[in-house]
Design a protein. Sequence first.
Length: 427
Amino acid sequence: MTSLNWSSKSKSIPQGGKLQTDAILYPFEGEDASQHLENRLILGDNLRVMNALLPEYEGKINLIYADPPFFTNKGYSARVGRGEDSRKPENWQLAEGYHDEWSDMGSYLDMLYPRLTLMHKLLSPSGSLYLHLDWHANSYARLLLDEIFGYDNLRNEIIWTYHGPSPIRSAFNRKHDMILFYSKSNQYTFNVDQVRIPYSENTVVTFKSSKKAGFGKTPDLERGKVPEDWWYFPVVARLHNERTGYPTQKPESLMERIIVASSNRGDLVADFFSGAGTTAAVASRLNRQFISSDTQPRALQTARSRLVLDIQENKKGKSAGFEHGFSVMIQKEESVELPPFLSFEELEIKPPEVSDGVVTLPPDLISQVDYWEMDPDWDGEIFHSSFQAARPWRKGDIPASTVIPEKNGEICLRFVLISGDQIQHVL
């Protein structure tokens, strides 16, 4: 079979990678942190992360969604402000997001090829990969996937189309991405009836008015149809309730269709280019387990906040899903250094106050906090987070206090500020 070659191509996979647990998050009261730890948020280079996961997960992941850099040769900033005017980007509060910059196509393929190879190893025999790219590198990736998965295992080239402004005046506006859907074998999960959509009103009217419509075939109008391989979903910029501010975030409706189609309840879904954490959030809501990793600490913080906010909405009865509680293991690849914890003194911020068994954040602190959590029985090693509070993405306040449970050990608080700085404070 024809394959893609370039001067630095290598079929050898760099070895190494070991994971260290930093924290365990269990947002349901009474949830045993030792259960449901198939869920992982991991900080680190996904090449080393996937290598570290191989001994436990080779051939066991049911679905992988991959949204790698697109070879745009741009840098992307994360929007960290709240309540800003979306029409005035010059006033937005920004922080570093991620870089998609390469010396040439060869260096980009050197990144992509071994990672796709490891994803193939991690997939179960009935598993599927959805690789999301655009016009910059999609044609190159198609040849790599043909080599790794086999030409006959391409199931779809899906076109995600959307609307929005464009500066292009010398060609047609580029308003679609491509998603390459490959299975590991001919025996793969595809829940055809769960992804059906209603027929258009025109189709319904046509079949009701003429029995000869559809070349003599009458569809089940009540059941609906299987979607075509082109999908229209609005971009996140038009979905105010979903926007986290993390760059190139994908819409939840897009991820929901992929997850429902190619996995079952209780299955394990992975995303090794996590970004804004959409895969983890949607998988969790659909009662799947997940593994989600990224090189950027802010990406993991965004994913963790999404999970916490979802749980909070579920507790209020405002959100569907979550038939049971779940725990999340927060890990890092061994060679990665976590951002250092700073002190309140260094940042010149007044610390929390404790009174009558309640910890309360003073106004000057709460105004800067993006996320905070508590371990009521701190052992000095792994942070067991039994209380979490995250700032809503658009409107609303972050909870400023919580009751301290009766425990024998030290009480430890962790804070992530809007600036990205982190504080650890033992009461």
